[in-house]
Ligand binder design. Structure first.
Ligand code: PNW
Length: 487
């Protein structure tokens, strides 16, 4: 690992660390107690969309095993747990005039109560990609801004009302980039829209992702306004959005254009959402490349979105080398990265990091510190919670269980990334207050199905979803003990 040995590293004494999951990836109970289908239930039924032909129908069966999950969290010494709410469990059809499912609400109320009783702080995500299928069928989901915003606002109010006295850390949306790009440009994620007609009969990759992103930003801002106006005084909590983004290094460090392209890649991935949230407008580089295909904010929308974060939710996994394409290369209308090449090797053949089971993920811990600083500089040192960070391991699923439990590669990943984060705090003065590793347990890894494992806990899907903590689960506390209270 490349590391500045002289760097100070430390985290504040009240630092909240723990693990993250998402509803569709772990809950199962797909039709239990009145839950309605989400776009992921529908998407998984289309042959060829999920690598192993699986779905989240059963997953880790956490809907029936929250006691085991909490016990697991306690075993690791975790202080926080991030989970998401399945919208269609709470409102099976999703809409503002549709019936509410009390059993769904009761499930999350009990989960929050049990976590608090165990001394674990809940972080709750309102939306982790599982749009109620009915809203997609009714009006196209995110593509209909007015309907989507009104329905999301209603859903968030219902959840704040039910859980607000227990939950003090709210995340509106998880990684809107993925709903927009993977869901409406590449088509690898639900609802699978893309211009590629070999993959889907519907979609326009040049326009839909930007409409989807816009709708989500406005919906986020409305939910934040509702929380601040109606609940914050009573409940005293905080709310923000979680964005994903990788670090970038220039393919040729001596080429100024590659360095500019590195920033542009981050602008297209992260600032697409973060600039509106902090500045009330889209990045100039996006306006320039996308022209009238990028929606514009009305003055009222811009006001609403600007300042709509109490904290910055950061999901971070890896890094890439970036090469610019030269002014002669006109951006493809379907391009969503800023007209660049995204590479695993630089000009000299150096690799950014080792391969994992995920084609897009090559660990590069120094990039974590650099991105935390880059974001802190751009947005005025916001309070940051790292809401996801973790890795898969190449070939892990093919190993016998005893070897899976000795996940040294993952442990080393966490050690190096958490050290990099502690340097960003102690050395660079960044304000990171919490960290949730992805993930508490192996789970349904979306289009990769169950073949890719991200858990610090092994889940034996063949034998009743039994959970076995891996080495990384039990070492996490030791890693944090080294840094917490050292600034
Ligand atoms: C995150 N990519 O998503 C999600 O929030 C989790 O639900 C997921 O399980 C985790 O990362 C691991 O994949 C991503 O293709 C999914 O670049 C895919 C990408 C990035 C993030």
């Amino acid at each position: 690992m490349v590391r500045d040995v002289a760097a100070k590293a430390g985290l504040p004494s009240d630092f909240l660390w723990g693990f993250a999951t998402a509803a569709y990836q772990i809950e199962g109970g797909a039709t239990a107690d009145g839950r309605g289908p989400s776009i992921w239930d529908t998407f998984c039924k289309i042959p060829g969309k999920i690598a192993d032909g699986s779905s989240g129908d059963v997953a880790c069966d956490s809907y029936h095993r929250t006691a085991q999950d909490i016990e697991l969290l306690q075993k690791t010494g975790a202080k926080a747990y991030r989970f998401s709410i399945s919208w269609s469990r709470v409102i099976p059809k999703g809409g503002r005039n549709d019936p509410i499912n009390q059993a769904g609400i009761d499930f999350y109320v009990k989960l929050a109560d049990d976590l608090l009783a165990a001394g674990i702080t809940p972080f709750v995500t309102l939306f982790h990609w599982d749009l109620p299928d009915e809203l997609y069928k009714r009006y196209g989901g995110f593509l209909n801004k007015d309907e989507f915003v009104a329905d999301f606002a209603h859903y968030s109010r219902v959840v704040f009302e039910a859980l607000g006295s227990r939950v003090k850390h709210w995340i509106t949306f998880n990684e809107p980039f993925c709903s927009a790009i993977l869901g409406h440009s590449i088509g690898a994620f639900a609802p699978g829209h893309t211009s590629d007609r070999t993959k889907s009969a519907v979609g326009d990759s040049s326009r839909e992702p930007w409409i989807v992103g816009h709708s989500i930003l406005i919906a986020h801002a409305h939910a934040v306004k509702i929380y601040r106006d109606e609940f914050k005084a009573r409940d005293g909590g905080e709310i923000g959005i979680t964005l994903n983004g990788d670090w970038t290094e220039p393919w040729d460090p001596n080429d100024e254009q590659d360095r500019i392209a590195c920033d542009r890649k981050i602008e297209f991935a992260i600032c697409w959402f973060a600039d509106p949230v902090y500045f009330g407008r889209y990045p100039e580089s996006m306006v320039k490349q996308l022209g009238e295909r990028l929606p514009t904010f009305t003055a009222e929308e811009s006001e609403l979105v600007k300042g709509s974060n109490d904290f910055y939710g950061m999901n971070h996994y890896c890094a890439n080398y970036i090469r610019h394409r030269g002014d002669a290369v006109v951006a493809d209308p379907d391009d969503f990265s800023g007209n660049i090449d995204i590479l695993f090797e630089d000009k000299f053949g150096n690799s950014i990091g080792p391969e994992t089971q995920s084609f897009w993920l090559r660990p590069h811990a120094p990039g974590f510190r650099k991105l935390i600083k880059w974001l802190s500089d751009r947005y005025g040192r916001p309070k940051i919670y790292v809401t996801e960070n973790g890795t898969s391991i190449k070939g892990e699923n093919d190993l016998p269980m005893e070897e899976i439990l000795e996940d040294d590669f993952r442990l080393e990943y966490f050690r190096s990334y958490i050290t990099a984060m502690a340097e960003a705090v102690a050395e660079d003065g960044c304000d990171v207050r919490g960290y949730m590793a992805w993930s508490l347990m192996d789970n349904f890894e979306w289009a990769e199905g169950y073949e890719t494992r991200f858990g610090v806990t092994y889940v034996d899907y063949e034998n009743g979803q039994k959970r076995y903590p891996k080495k990384s689960a039990m070492e996490m506390k030791n890693i944090f003990d080294q840094f917490v209270g050292k600034v």
